[in-house]
Design a protein around this ligand. Structure first.
Ligand code: SF4
Length: 579
């Protein structure tokens, strides 16, 4: 029997039941979004007692399916006011699945200031006061070490870092990876929701748990083999990401003229070689020591886009050093030194703050004169100050929309108050439609149109032209909502987009695990249902089509080198979500 767990932080009681019938066939984002839409009052304050936060492994999590260890976290977002699903790697998703936990929900709110640790294991739920040493600004690396000593090195951990503890709108939830380093459910401020419930950490101990049951093991093994081959045979999923990480995109986007620079005032930089994936690879290789060019953020990842970036002495600085972070600090904020960016990345992981939101907030603050352009030392200090926190640190941790208002700027790159990531929508129009219409605020992962617009994966649609983009952005968002429900890393899309056999193998694994007969039409319908549910929540929270718009400045400020503006009409944008 799979379990559905509710933890009430008002009463400090928990209940464990069978999975409600309506959630039995769901996992990951489909489950978190359904639950949030069912039980969270859409107009509630995201940090108040009426918000609820739910953690759910994907449908395939805990099995041997490659790259299936992602965890979805859902709640109303304090950053955007919309529904939010944020997903992450780390060890926790697979452990929860092995414990037979379909999902756990944290609701209510203590009426005191005591912080707690929630432990989930084979015996159920324990709620204990958090050790004082991990509170009040203790960094995530140290908190993971202390919790590891108390509960065992093998446990999975999810944490509200200092930013979450202080309920900062851009706070993420930090997850321990297999080596004790940090991955993040980054976007939308869900760390602040966890902090608002006085939950400092969730510890997951899979000791004594059995294997995830598979209805047809032989069919599962066969499908898994086909799926693995599809991924490993693909030049990006099987080779490029393992060599250069996601940072491979710096040179590609720079060449395409879609790399937003100096707070979205240009689409190309001169210092791209300083921060490119090629340089990242060469630096890690040359320094050696603890550096690793390729690394998986959870067991069973065969793409391995992560890495360990070392200092000049070969000592680990940071891991999961992503393109979006390097772009945000390196191009948008103009910090030209990869080491300086790496130390800021580490500090962001340590304090538990979303690296995209923070980098764009920093660049916006530079445009507004609060921080000198390109000043890595000043940015590092501000991020470290989030653990105190100082007033300026709080302003930056409020996100780019807050910073834009504080600085009196009209040029604030956000949609629904969430920062626009690393691809300029004027020069790459498909991703612009995703930013505008996704239920989550600007989010490239909600429908990664860079695949067809730039990487020519799954076809090619000219990024500078409008033709075909509406249908493409719609299809990518529907497909992504389905993939986010499986527990699969989004990068598996690269392996299956041009390989129908690989896509069928993904469906076959789900069918073999659960003994069902899903078709590709069913998967398509799942994605549509998820989006309808999320839009329903947002509508009841007060959002309309008028919120599905890019910032106005993009309509009249052309971006070099193509000198293009955002030119979709409101009526055209509204077509994306008609299905
Ligand atoms: S490909 Fe990258 S993000 Fe995806 S599971 Fe592997 S390491 Fe994590």
């Amino acid at each position: 029997m799979q379990k559905f767990i509710r933890i009430n932080m008002t009463t400090l009681q928990s209940t464990i039941t069978e999975v409600p019938e309506k959630y039995v066939g769901l996992g990951g984002r489909a489950l978190t979004s359904s639950f949030v839409n069912d039980e969270v009052i859409p107009t509630c304050h995201a940090l108040g007692k009426n918000n609820k936060i739910i953690f759910a492994p994907g449908l395939l999590s805990g099995t041997s399916a490659p790259n299936s260890g992602r965890m979805s976290v859902g709640a109303k977002s304090p950053l955007t006011g919309t529904i939010k699903e944020s997903n992450t790697g780390g060890s926790s998703s697979q452990m929860l699945a092995k414990l037979g936990i379909k999902a756990f929900v944290i609701e209510g709110k203590p009426d005191n200031t005591t912080f707690y640790v929630i432990k989930l294991d084979i015996n159920g739920v324990t709620i204990e006061e958090a050790p004082a040493e991990i509170l009040g600004g203790c960094g995530n690396y140290e908190a993971i070490r202390i919790l590891g000593e108390k509960y065992g090195k093998h446990v999975g951990i999810a944490l509200a870092g200092p930013a979450g503890e202080y309920r900062m709108p851009a706070a993420n939830i930090s997850f321990k990876d297999p080596e004790g380093n940090i991955r993040s459910a980054g976007r939308g401020g869900l760390g602040a929701v966890l902090g608002s419930k006085n939950v400092k950490a969730i510890v997951i101990d899979e000791t004594g748990a059995g294997a995830v049951p598979i209805a047809d093991p032989e069919a599962f093994r066969a499908a898994s083999k086909v799926f693995s081959k599809a991924i490993l045979d693909h030049p990006v999923a099987g080779t490029g990401l393992a060599l250069y990480g996601t940072d491979v995109l710096v040179n590609i986007l720079n060449e395409a003229g879609g790399l937003p620079a100096r707070n979205f005032t240009a689409g190309r930089i001169e210092h791209n070689d300083n921060i490119s994936g090629e340089t990242l690879n060469a630096t890690i290789t040359e320094r050696g020591g603890e550096g690793k060019v390729s690394h998986g953020c959870h067991k069973g990842c065969i793409i391995r886009c992560s890495q360990w970036y070392p200092d000049k002495q070969g000592k680990y600085i940071t891991s999961g050093f992503e393109y979006e972070t390097i772009w945000g600090l390196g191009a948008d904020a103009g910090i030209e030194d990869l080491d300086a960016i790496a130390y800021i990345d580490r500090a962001m992981d340590d304090v538990g703050i979303d690296s995209i939101e923070t980098a764009v907030a920093v660049a916006t603050a530079m445009d507004g004169g609060l921080i000198p352009w390109g000043d890595g030392k000043a940015v590092l200090q501000i991020v470290e100050d989030m653990a105190k926190p100082t007033p300026l640190a709080r302003i930056i941790a409020g996100g780019a929309a807050v910073v834009g208002k504080v600085c009196g700027l009209y040029r604030t790159p956000v949609v629904k108050d969430q920062a626009i990531p690393a691809y300029d929508p004027r020069a790459i129009k498909g991703i612009g439609l995703t930013y505008a219409t996704t239920t989550m605020g600007a989010d490239h992962t909600a429908g990664y149109c860079i695949s067809g617009n730039i990487l020519k994966i799954g076809g090619f649609i000219d990024p500078l032209k409008k033709e075909g983009q509406i249908e493409y952005a719609r299809a990518m968002q529907i497909g992504t909502a389905a993939i986010d429900s499986t527990g699969m890393c989004l990068f598996v899309y690269f392996g299956v987009a041009d390989n129908p056999g690989g896509y069928q193998a993904l469906i076959d694994m789900i069918n073999a695990q659960y003994g069902i007969q899903l078709t590709s039409d069913d998967v398509d319908e799942l994605g549509k249902t998820v989006l309808r549910i999320e839009r329903d929540f947002n509508k009841r929270a007060g959002f309309t089509n008028a919120h599905d718009r890019l910032p106005e400045f993009m309509e009249y400020e052309p971006i070099a080198p193509h000198n293009v503006v955002w030119d979709f009409t409101p009526e055209e944008i509204d077509e994306v979500m008609k299905f």
